[in-house]
Ligand binder design. Structure first.
Ligand SMILES: *[C@@H]1O[C@H](CO)[C@@H](O)[C@H](O)[C@H]1NC(C)=O
Ligand SMILES: *[C@@H]1O[C@H](CO)[C@@H](O)[C@H](O)[C@H]1NC(C)=O
Ligand SMILES: *[C@@H]1O[C@H](CO)[C@@H](O)[C@H](O)[C@H]1NC(C)=O
Ligand SMILES: *[C@@H]1O[C@H](CO)[C@@H](O)[C@H](O)[C@H]1NC(C)=O
Length: 412
């Protein structure tokens, strides 16, 4: 066999050791250089937080980078953190600098986690429930790709039970309880695998903002955020997902049976279609046929979001506007080509039972007042939301020195 001039096999025994040492030394140099590099922009900020006197770091604080193999002894006895020193001298002598101030600061880490080595940062989570015993790697039999949440009160137990049963084991089930009653649901088999979150008299969007943070629901391809008063006789969630994927809908909802009354034509179920993306409205309602409520539009009662769409919508939900009114007209801002990627699925459809049950939480003669109060707040929130959006948009264009484009019908 021909030799290819690789000296390593024929060299003296000590040579690999020598070159190994060299390689390790160089690697450590590179690694230290890297950390110094990434920490540089941070020093300015860190400096502000340092006390006036020099800090003497204790041994426990010192980084545990193992340097013993390199033959270099980075004594930590003298590891003083000079607030001025590190900046002014670092550019020329990174090795010296690194010995004195070996702090991790990774500016590309998530905000607040800059001091962690990136390999230890877990910025996303899920709602999978794990066992208290055994190997963590064997905890989960199904990695659910879909999430459905219902905002419920015990009064709608039967309707909710029927609805939940339309969602297979591939769905994580999340119940938000607005009446404080949770264990009462345990008569249903599925309740034991559901996640129950209880906070009295809060709305669906209040829960969604607080418990469906995008980094927490990151593993789910689709997220259903549904009301409790939906008839699901003609609905199957797995089938629904298939259709949504096929038609590449980022935001969708099932068509609604018109027999119980409809607010918008868009969500009315069509008998001759699998999905639809536009509609005709009453005269004057649509200035642009590609904009809500004639297109790029679903309602807030039973929306389904893709992961990416939800990440945006979650940010758009205002912390103090809990009823979500106005969101539906703004969903389109969260997707590209909204008149193509927002649509209504006709072949899997639902019935809206119109029970404003959260508004019924008042008792006796308070009930009517409560209902009225809720309704009024809904309208006011819708107006506030609209104003904020318009102002924010104007402010953006002003800051960018741009004039908002005159929109073409069905334009961007
Ligand atoms: C490294 O420094 C420590 C602490 O100063 C000391 O105890 C140890 O003997 C040193 N090791 C070498 C190899 O110099
Ligand atoms: C830091 O620098 C400022 C001026 O640049 C100086 O007044 C101050 O004494 C320095 N502090 C230390 C701890 O060296
Ligand atoms: C870095 O060191 C070189 C000489 O080693 C010197 O000429 C140069 O001015 C130094 N730069 C800074 C920023 O101190
Ligand atoms: C759950 O998902 C898996 C994988 O996509 C699929 O094979 C299975 O049919 C789904 N279960 C149901 C009940 O549809």
């Amino acid at each position: 066999m021909a030799r290819f001039g690789n000296p390593a096999p024929s060299g003296p025994v000590s040579q690999p050791n020598e070159s190994m040492k060299f390689i390790i030394a160089v690697s450590i140099g590179v690694v230290l250089g890297y950390f110094i590099g990434v920490s540089l922009p941070a020093v300015n900020i860190t400096k502000l937080h340092l006390p006036r006197s020099n800090i003497v770091c204790t041994e426990e604080d010192s980084p545990s980078l193992d340097t013993s193999t390199s033959g270099h002894n980075h004594s930590s006895n003298n590891r003083r953190l000079h607030s001025n020193y590190s900046l002014s001298h670092s550019s020329n002598n990174t090795r010296l600098h690194s010995n004195n101030n070996l702090e991790i600061y990774v500016s590309t880490n998530p905000r607040g986690a800059e001091r962690l080595p990136p390999g230890m940062v877990v910025s996303e989570s899920d709602l999978y429930q794990r066992r208290l015993w055994g190997k963590p790697s064997e905890d989960l039999h199904i990695l659910q790709k879909y999430l459905v949440s219902f905002t419920v009160g015990l009064g709608q137990k039967k309707i909710v039970d029927a609805a939940v049963k339309k969602f297979s084991e591939n769905f994580t089930i999340l119940l938000f309880h607005y009446d404080g009653q949770t264990s009462e649901w345990d008569e249903f088999e599925w309740s034991k695998r559901a996640i129950h979150i209880s906070a009295r008299k809060q709305t669906k969007w209040w829960y969604a903002k607080r418990f469906l943070q995008p980094d927490i629901v990151a593993p789910y391809d689709y997220i259903f955020i549904w009301d409790e008063d939906l008839g699901v006789e003609h609905f199957d969630a797995e089938e629904y997902i298939k259709i949504v994927k096929k038609h590449r809908l980022e935001i969708s909802q099932p068509g609604v049976d018109p027999s119980t009354g409809l607010t918008w034509q868009m969500t009315k179920r069509r008998r001759d279609k699998e999905v639809h993306r536009e509609t005709e409205e009453k005269p004057g309602r649509c200035s642009d046929p590609c904009r809500p409520p004639c297109s790029s539009f679903v309602e807030i009662m039973a929306p389904v979001f893709s992961r990416d769409a939800w990440r945006c919508v979650w940010h758009m939900i205002q912390n103090d506007l809990v009823h979500g009114w106005g969101l539906d007209f703004a969903f389109r801002r969260c997707v590209e080509s909204a008149h193509k990627t927002i649509g209504v699925v006709d072949s899997q459809w639902i019935a809206h039972r119109n029970i404003p049950s959260l508004g019924n939480q008042g008792k006796g003669k308070n009930e009517k007042a409560a209902k009225q109060g809720v309704r009024q707040r809904c309208y006011e929130e819708a107006a506030t939301f609209g104003t904020r959006m318009a102002d924010a948009e104007k402010a953006y264009y002003r800051e960018m020195g741009m004039l908002p484009l005159k929109r073409q019908p069905c334009g961007p």
